[in-house]
Design a protein around this ligand. Sequence first.
Ligand SMILES: [Zn+2]
Ligand SMILES: [Zn+2]
Length: 269
Amino acid sequence: MQRIDGHVHLEHGPLSAAYVEQFVSAAQKAGLDCLQILDHTHRFREFRPAYQSVIEADPLQAQWLSGKGKFKDSLTDYLELVRQLKQRVWPLEVRFGLEVCYTPESELFLREICRELPLDFLVGSVHSIDGLLYDMPFSQPLLWQKYEHQTVVDRYLDCVLQSVQSGLFDQIGHPDTVKMASAKAVMDPGRIREIAEEAKLRGIALECNTGCHWRYAHPDFGLSDLWLTLLAEVGNRVVTASDAHDPADVNRDLEQARARLIQFGVRCA
Ligand SMILES: [Zn+2]
Ligand SMILES: [Zn+2]
């Protein structure tokens, strides 16, 4: 099995070669074959229009998006850093991309701005449902206390399916992570299978992301048993991903995630 950490963020540090080197060095120490470095699109001011529905949905969300670290850099600067770093010879495969916050309402905008970006990969992740973020402290009053949990989870899976069908992405970020906020809602196996089949058809990888476990204390090391069972049946390619936001967290809990992929017979990237 290839040892990959397919999702680590630069967002707590500068866009600099020295900071990237810290991640690569951590990956080398962990014995990885491949490291995928990315950042959220909300770091880059060019992507601000993609967040219109989130900004308009509630002032608390608008305030969060006007806070520290949001839209602070230019995509041009990131692309220039990537251009320089791709000329380096690294001790392992190092790939550069973006974690794009996908919403169906911003798809046309994303289609334009993501066209022919000189990056190795794009991850599409659903972080909001009909404009409402689901993993913030303020998500409780704005989303979870207001709507039926089952309705929210069903809508989340709709959005994940649309992110796959958009054809914009090489990889789908943490496709079951809405579970962190709702223990009582059930994920429809039929809908998961639909997501899996569409992803397989289009050659899109799905993440087994442990961020939900170590950042949000969810018991699963990445994808749930149900997801892994269905992905093994459909034959999806799955990428292990730590969601590290600091070099010290590269490869975090991925040994357990890899063991689960083997246990369920899932094909790894
Ligand atoms: Zn994410
Ligand atoms: Zn992430």
